[in-house]
Design a protein around this ligand. Structure first.
Ligand SMILES: Nc1ncnc2c1ncn2[C@@H]1O[C@H](COP(=O)(O)OP(=O)(O)O)[C@@H](O)[C@H]1O
Ligand SMILES: [Mg+2]
Length: 365
């Protein structure tokens, strides 16, 4: 069969022709049992740059790199497709203008009336996708490194601030204790304010240090009786609820695979918040639900709640919705919770109705 006859053969099936030529983002071609190109579609021209007349009747190895042709890779592909019923690879191919691209290739043997007659080949140009993937990976790595840098900066800043703050407070205290009688009342009041703010600054710096530390260290996962852990924490924390008047309901038999001390910190923070941002008679509930096979843990309270527009902000370091005068705190607790949960591969989120209560949900993997 000469080249004209082959082209005629394809053109004589108008439906197939129309269908094949409407696909422009994939090259669909057929080759005979020896790898000679028999049909060529519009997508082939689009991706490889050759017209039908330039390819039909030629060996399909013309799209492979000279190195691959040298090592008989094209025919090896056909042999593999015949042996396994299909062959797939992602590999460099060459366009008519010599440009190389990353091709996602599938080859299938074709039979007619039970007789093997050749192969169908589908080729996609995935260069852009691969490039995007590489750029995304590079961006992620850059972000990871800059986060690491920022974390170490925070760590050293907090570490270095620790001692001078302690020294300022200690010296203020010495002045208060040894020279108080020599000071006018106004100076004594200023000194008191200085100590109070120094203590708060010390607390913030300590929290920042703990927050920075949480990003490092190995996770030591084990099987944990979470219900027992919550009961234990509640013994210390629930009496701190508004007017000491609160109760906790803990679902029995809840277990998790997590780092024991980090999970304890998560639950400590959530239960402490539930107790702190509470109303007299608050009820706190801990439990687990299974949603789409995924365990979701929750700590729920019937406390003061917050407006849902702030539900994301709460998890950022030092973000507080409630004033320090009424509710003491530094705003680092939920940031620690988020960091720990994310280190376990989970997520944390909150739902709340102002004046009615809040629920904090988290997953662990
Ligand atoms: N259970 C809760 N109910 C209402 N508000 C809450 C609750 N938990 C946290 N919040 C709000 O989120 C803020 C951040 O919480 P957190 O990071 O634990 O810091 P802190 O408790 O030190 O303020 C709190 O200041 C409070 O405004
Ligand atoms: Mg807190």
């Amino acid at each position: 069969m000469n080249q004209e006859q082959l082209i005629h053969e394809v053109e004589s099936d108008p439906v197939l022709n129309l269908f094949l030529n409407s696909i422009t983002d994939q090259a669909v071609l057929t080759v005979d049992a020896h790898g000679i190109i028999r049909t060529w579609s519009e997508g082939c021209r689009h991706i490889k740059g050759y017209t039908a007349a330039e390819t039909i009747g030629h060996h399909f190895g013309m799209f492979y790199t000279p190195e691959d042709r040298e090592r008989d890779h094209p025919d090896e592909n056909l042999r593999m497709a015949l042996k396994d019923g299909q062959y797939h690879e992602e590999r460099i191919r060459v366009r008519k203008d010599g440009e190389r691209f990353i091709a996602e290739v599938s080859i299938y043997p074709v039979k007619e009336k039970g007789q093997f007659i050749g192969f169908a080949k589908i080729v996609k140009d995935v260069s852009a996708r691969r490039l995007l993937g590489k750029q995304r990976d590079a961006f992620r790595e850059e972000l990871r490194l800059s986060n690491l840098e920022l974390e170490s900066f925070c760590y050293f800043l907090a570490h270095d601030l620790h001692s001078p703050i302690r020294a300022i407070i200690a010296h203020c205290r010495i002045v208060q204790e040894d020279f108080s009688s020599a000071l006018p009342p106004e100076a004594r009041a200023h000194l008191e304010t200085l100590v109070r703010n120094g203590l708060r600054l010390g607390m913030l710096v300590d929290d920042l240090l703990k927050f920075a530390r949480l990003g490092h260290g190995e996770l030591k996962r084990s099987d944990i009786d979470v219900s027992a852990m919550v009961q234990q924490l509640a013994k210390d924390l629930v009496p701190q609820c508004h007017c000491g008047n609160g109760s906790i309901e803990v679902q029995d038999g809840v277990r998790a695979n997590a780092d024991q001390s980090l999970l304890e910190l998560v639950l400590y923070n959530l239960i402490e918040n539930a107790c702190k941002y509470s109303e007299p008679g608050v009820t706190i509930r801990f439990g687990k639900d299974i949603v789409e096979k995924q365990p979701i843990y929750h700590v729920q309270d019937t406390g003061i709640g917050f407006e849902m527009q702030y539900a994301q902000k709460l998890f950022e370091p030092f973000q507080r919705l409630h004033g320090n005068a009424a509710y003491k705190g530094t705003g680092i607790g939920l940031a620690n919770v988020k960091r720990i949960v994310e280190r376990h591969g989970g997520t944390v989120w909150a739902e709340s109705v102002l004046g009615k209560g809040s629920t904090f949900f988290f997953t662990l993997s």
